[in-house]
Design a protein around this ligand. Structure first.
Ligand SMILES: [Zn+2]
Length: 320
């Protein structure tokens, strides 16, 4: 097992002890590649200042660090992340790798070729900046691991082998997709104790979730409030796995999006808030306000809360 002495944030390296209370799957902005530079007005008024204000409130509530899961194809703009981290005081760790949008021009690119690009994001920084990625991400969803997404998964696996960085995996529990994603990682020689299978609280099927945990992976309980399963049911499933002895491999987060496209309404007006905000007005504080109190009600101890939000993110990011 590998372990890291420092972790790359968007403002430079920090020690694992500096992570503190960490949310392992969030987004400052989700859009599409290049949108922030070309069409920023689609993100509503003053996006940078709004993101700083929102994350300042998170910092005041005790959130020290977030993993920003926004890849190139989700519109990553690294200088924005640096400005938001600086302005809010929250450590931001950004991923490299890929989400679901592989454009047609990239369909012929090979896994090792793409891996070299991801490794440069980690070692030299996102091109044109000295801002370095702190971990890796790949993705697949209801359509399965399609050929272009398999190339990206193998590229991320190879970058992991070269850099020792952990991998967060966008998955689809409804089709038990992690079985295939983990099979690919095994073929590539990935250390499965450095893998986190995300969106795992979109199901209540604990037999499937325990299978993933028994492969050595972390589980991302990273959709709150989420849609397909109620927040209360998500927390009951989380507590059930804690009671079965898996507390040390469960990571809890929101998959909150602070900046997103503001869609025109049928009457032609542009709303002040985007759709995701309206479905979660608590934003990065939903867990503090609703999930942690419920966990305590169900019998979780302060030590359990520390393990979920401090110990587990640190072991996922830095290794044991
Ligand atoms: Zn996400």
């Amino acid at each position: 097992m590998t372990s890291a002495a420092t972790i790359n944030t968007v403002l430079g390296p920090i020690s694992p002890a500096q992570l503190g209370f960490t949310l392992v799957h969030e987004h400052v902005m989700v859009s599409t590649s290049g949108l922030y530079q070309s069409y920023p007005d689609l993100l509503g008024r003053g996006p940078e200042a709004r993101a700083i204000a929102t994350l300042k409130r998170a910092k005041e509530a005790g959130i020290d660090t977030i993993i920003d899961a926004t890849t190139f194809d989700l519109g990553r703009h690294a200088p924005l992340l640096a400005a938001v981290s600086k302005g809010s005081g929250v450590n931001i760790i950004n991923v490299t790798g890929w989400w679901l949008d592989v454009p047609r021009f990239l369909r012929g690119v090979g896994a090792s070729q793409m891996a070299r690009e991801f490794i440069r994001d980690v070692r030299e920084g996102f091109r044109g900046t000295d801002i370095k990625a702190g971990l890796l991400k790949c993705a697949a969803d209801i359509d399965g691991v399609t050929p272009p997404l398999e190339t990206m998964a193998r590229a991320v696996a190879r970058a992991h082998r070269e850099t020792g960085l952990p991998i967060m995996v966008h998955s689809h529990p409804g089709t038990q997709l992690a079985r295939r994603q983990i099979e690919i990682f095994r073929e590539e020689g990935v250390d499965l104790t450095r893998v986190k299978i995300d969106h795992s609280n979109d199901t209540t099927d604990t037999e499937y979730l325990k299978w993933i945990l028994d492969q050595g992976c972390f589980l991302g309980f990273d959709r709150y409030p989420g849609r397909m399963v109620s927040p209360r049911m998500r927390t009951l499933t989380l507590k059930k796995l804690m009671d079965e002895g898996y507390t040390e491999r469960l990571c809890v987060s929101h998959d909150c999006i602070c900046l997103h496209i503001h869609n025109e309404q049928p009457d032609g007006s542009i709303p002040e808030q985007h759709d995701f905000f309206r479905s979660n007005p608590d934003q990065y504080l939903f867990i503090h306000r609703h999930v942690i109190p419920q966990l305590r009600e169900l019998g979780a101890t302060e030590a359990d809360i520390q393990t979920l939000f401090v110990g587990n993110p640190r072991r996922f990011l830095a290794g044991a």
